[in-house]
Write a protein that binds this ligand. Structure first.
Ligand SMILES: [Zn+2]
Ligand SMILES: [Zn+2]
Length: 569
């Protein structure tokens, strides 16, 4: 079963459009809540409508059920169609610009007739936005800046959002008898955090039959051997056809990044004295059977696709120094998860049981600290109560050890969010920035280094604060932060939430060089998203991490021993 993403998107759009229209916020939010419920409970809406059971689910009132039923039966919601005829749907994108929101979007629409991002950009350039009440020259500048990011992100998707679609196409290709072999290539195969297309390579002797088959399913655009189309999810797909004799060569060449391929090409020519040819294997007397064979032929160690980003892979493959990368099976500890004590959806016991059934030995509960009021952060008294609950659960031997952690805010001056007598009660302190993002680079760097220096800090949480495709990292000198973690012997988090994947892989490589240990943490707020930790593992591989570099690979005892060796002495 798959969640109907189109419906979820329509419901979210309705919520925002109603707010722009000036409707009651509660009425509008009912649609957004329904979208959240469908996603978090993985509801099969079609099935529920068919069985007449949708109304039994909390949050689905009569009006909502009627609209969803119409959608299931006709593929449309006439209420939504009418709404978008009154209010341009592109305004939804404008509400997501930092500092704008539905109310200001309404103002921009009504006073300046702004309907699109382009309209808004032009109005900023013409200095019209700064003159509207509620805006200023400063906010106009911030908006203009954000628009530039949004434009750079246009057409790009989170890698995880393309998996399902890639899988569907994979199955489709498997069922075409004329397809001899096929594989994902490009960004998806390298596990890039952001992808601009889902790219497949197909080996076949009968191009036309493959094209005919795909044409029954999609609106294809043909350009020689290259087929492109867009899915219902607005994901761009490219399928490249090749004759079998060039398949392995192209598989390799289409997988690597441009930087990687440039250094590979240089090495290839040095090694074989043949000019590099991207399309056709230059050693024409040979038909390659696998990528392993190709690497062997060139006296290179096999390079996993995730590492085919730059010259480093070629250098290490020449030296036969590519390590055994960390894998899902290596993880023993689930660190940095939230519970219903702060802003999580599940109890500590539920989170622990879910982690246990994924095969984990220990879990570190890290709820929000007292300053994070918006997230129901824990005041000192509630910390004590929570610890009592954890002690009780541990005494019941539920098959997984629960550790007392906290995600402490890093306050603007760099200090942690509790007095020492509370801080010393935690087994693990993750320190994270959650507020005052707009400091200068120097101030932010100093703030974070100060937090790293605290004897109570063990792990620095989501170190750059980036939210992929929606928020740039805060201004910070990340190299200095990594240097400080190295100097003070502290751990840096690789936040595995697929919207974050923070630390970026380029910096993970640097952290490893500096001997900094990494914690791969899901930052889950419910049991379902504990598996996000596995996105983190894939991403850690891009940063060349081995089990030795990752603190979650330590057993419960080893982990505690390691944590206790940090800072406190
Ligand atoms: Zn956080
Ligand atoms: Zn968190």
């Amino acid at each position: 079963m798959e969640v109907d993403k189109k419906l979820v998107k329509i419901l979210r759009n309705i919520a925002i459009l109603l707010q722009i229209k000036g409707e009651n916020v509660f009425k509008a939010n009912a649609y957004a809540n329904a979208a959240d419920i469908i996603e978090s409970m993985q509801l099969d809406v079609r099935d529920l409508v068919r069985q007449g059971k949708l109304a039994e689910i909390k949050g689905f009132g009569e009006a909502l059920v009627k609209k969803i039923t119409e959608y299931v039966e006709t593929g449309k919601i006439s209420f939504y169609e009418k709404l978008t005829s009154e209010i341009p749907v592109e305004l939804v994108t404008i509400t997501k610009i930092p500092g704008i929101g539905p109310k200001k979007t309404k103002l921009l629409f009504e006073t300046l007739g702004i309907k699109t991002i382009d309209d808004l950009e032009q109005a900023c350039i013409d200095n019209k936005v700064a003159k509207i009440k509620g805006f200023s020259a400063k906010s106009q500048e911030i908006i203009l800046n954000s628009i530039q990011h949004i434009k750079a992100w246009k057409g790009k998707k989170h890698q995880f959002a393309c998996f399902q679609e890639a899988n569907n196409i994979d199955i489709l290709l498997k069922n075409i008898p004329e397809v001899i072999e096929h594989s994902l290539v490009g960004e998806m195969r390298r596990y890039s955090e952001i992808v601009s297309q889902v790219h497949f390579l197909v080996s076949t002797n009968e191009n036309q039959k493959v094209i005919d088959y795909l044409q029954q399913q999609f609106n294809l655009i043909l350009d020689g051997n290259v087929i492109t189309f867009s899915t219902d999810e607005e994901i761009d797909v490219k399928i490249q056809l090749t004759e079998p004799k060039n398949y392995i060569w192209l598989l390799h060449n289409l997988t690597g990044s441009e930087k990687y391929i440039n250094s590979f090409a240089k090495y290839f020519t040095e090694r074989t004295s043949q000019p590099f040819n991207f399309e056709q294997f230059p050693l024409s007397n040979k038909v390659l059977k696998s990528e392993s064979e190709l690497f062997e032929l060139l006296d290179l160690q096999y390079i996993p696709p995730e590492l085919r980003e730059n010259e480093l892979a070629i250098i290490r493959a020449k030296e036969k120094a590519i390590p055994k990368l960390v894998s899902e099976r290596d993880l023993k500890g689930m660190i940095h998860v939230h519970s219903s004590w702060s802003d999580g959806f599940n109890t500590i016991e539920q989170m622990a049981n879910a982690a246990r059934s994924l095969g984990f030995e220990y879990i570190v509960i890290c709820d929000h600290s007292q300053t994070a009021k918006y997230a129901n952060g824990l005041e000192p008294e509630r910390v004590i109560q929570q610890h009592k609950e954890i002690d009780e659960l541990n005494s019941k031997n539920i098959g997984i050890k629960i550790l007392k952690g906290i995600e402490s805010d890093i306050l603007p001056d760099g200090s942690l969010d509790y007095d020492e007598d509370i801080l010393k009660k935690f087994d693990v302190v993750v320190a994270s920035v959650h507020s005052h993002f707009k400091m200068s680079k120097n101030e932010m760097t100093r703030r974070i280094i100060y937090a790293i220096m605290s004897p109570y800090t063990h792990i620095l949480g989501h170190p750059t604060g980036r939210l992929l495709l929606s928020r740039e990292s805060y201004e910070v000198d990340i190299k200095s932060i990594i240097d400080a973690a190295s100097d003070y012997g502290k751990i840096i988090e690789l936040n595995a939430n697929p919207y974050r994947l923070d630390l970026p892989w380029e910096h993970i490589i640097y952290a490893k060089e500096k001997g900094v240990k990494i914690a791969i943490n899901p930052d889950s707020h419910d049991t379902n998203s504990l598996t996000d930790v596995f996105y983190g593992v894939k991403f850690a591989r891009k940063g060349w991490l081995e089990p030795n570099d990752v603190v979650n690979c330590l057993s419960h005892e080893e982990f505690l021993k390691y944590i206790n060796s940090l800072g406190k002495s």
